[in-house]
Design a protein around this ligand. Structure first.
Ligand code: ACO
Length: 320
């Protein structure tokens, strides 16, 4: 027994930042950013808290699933950094929705939601949970170096959520890491004001080797698709909808090219939101679910890569 997706939700900051807005303080242009990435604009947190976005998206998903906070058996939150180290974002959500279920955050960078789905599957398979709330929330704008034009133009902020319930839906999953602490790195605060700390503070903003990430991403996404399809006994052509991590439209195109998939099956919204890390696939799912794109029984393939370096893919049959 596994799970099916019973409800989805998303919540985005109100502030829209276009490529032209960035060109006012960076040596860049809409032409460069769009041609290299497919991004036109992104949402950025200004006077809103990430907590509030996460709670909003969680409530929308619960309502969509017809589930109350008290009926949730487990809350998982995919994030690289919430507003507070403790309580975790998952505990903050639990408080807001009136849940006393176990709740914890999970950091697998952009693959976080896929890791959460596999953790949910294990809890459900072992009989420890029947209804799991999975939330992702990322404040990428607060982790970036806004003087580095090669990275800050790529990202956006946002939150998404899904409720999964015991039942038939998940067909297969693969997760992996190719450990590498250099190509994407976001250091934490070193030691605060500990009089004992002797480790020097690394620059706090994100460092990324874009070319290396690009090569890893194309390779990893292609491999994950092959592996997850093999596990499900399917061919890539049997998949009805592809929901790839929205990092760069060229990465999506390059990793799917060899499968010769009909392009209309590959869902994207990167033009409007940029890379929201773990949240990207959630907002993509919610957007197309709410548009009525998916039909009952159709097979959705999620695939993602991220810092760590992490990667993964999942196939879920749409059950609504
Ligand atoms: N505007 C204008 N010029 C720029 C910009 C910009 N925003 N950024 C870089 N350039 C310049 C570079 O300085 C370089 O100039 P040069 O030739 O004079 O040195 C030129 O453009 C080409 O730069 P490249 O890095 O070769 O450009 P590329 O085509 O590789 O695109 C990009 C760069 C978009 C970063 C690409 O490598 C990429 O998408 N990589 C993957 C990044 C990614 O997906 N990150 C997700 C991380 S996931 C996570 O967990 C955080």
């Amino acid at each position: 027994m596994s799970f099916f997706i019973a409800g989805t939700g998303s919540a985005l900051p109100g502030t829209v930042v276009t490529n032209d807005d960035l060109a006012k303080f960076l040596d860049t242009s809409d032409e460069w950013i769009y041609a290299r990435t497919g991004i036109r604009r992104r949402r950025v947190l200004t006077d809103e808290r990430l907590d509030d976005l996460a709670i909003r998206s969680a409530r929308i998903a619960l309502e969509d699933a017809g589930v109350s906070g008290g009926e949730v058996d487990l809350i998982l939150c995919a994030t690289m950094r919430g507003d507070t180290f403790t309580p975790s974002l998952a505990c903050t959500i639990a408080e807001a929705i009136g849940s006393t279920a176990p709740a914890f955050d999970l950091n697998a960078a952009c693959v976080g939601v896929l890791y959460c789905m596999e953790v949910a599957d294990s809890f459900i398979a072992s009989g420890k949970a029947e209804t799991v709330l999975i939330v992702s929330a990322e404040a990428m704008s607060k982790l970036l170096d806004w003087t580095d034009r090669a990275s800050c133009v790529l990202f956006g902020d946002g939150s998404g959520a899904m409720v999964v319930k015991k039942g038939e839906g998940r067909l297969a999953g693969v997760l992996s890491t190719k450990p590498d602490s250099r190509v994407i790195r976001m250091p934490n605060i070193e030691g605060m004001n500990s009089p004992y700390n002797k480790i020097a503070q690394e620059p706090l903003a994100m460092h990324m080797d874009g070319g290396e990430v690009y090569k890893f991403a194309v390779n990893a996404m292609g491999r994950c698709i092959e592996q997850v399809c093999a596990r499900a006994g399917l061919a890539p052509a049997d998949i009805d909808w592809y929901l790839p991590h929205q990092a760069n439209i060229r990465i999506i195109d390059a990793s799917l090219k060899k499968f010769r998939i009909d392009k209309s099956k590959v869902l994207t919204n990167i033009a409007d939101y940029g890379n929201m890390s773990a949240t990207s696939v959630m907002v993509l799912l919610d957007e197309f679910a709410k548009k009525g794109t998916f039909r009952k029984g159709e097979k959705l393939l999620f695939v993602a890569f991220g810092g760590g370096l992490t990667s993964g893919a999942l196939i879920v049959r749409w059950a609504r």
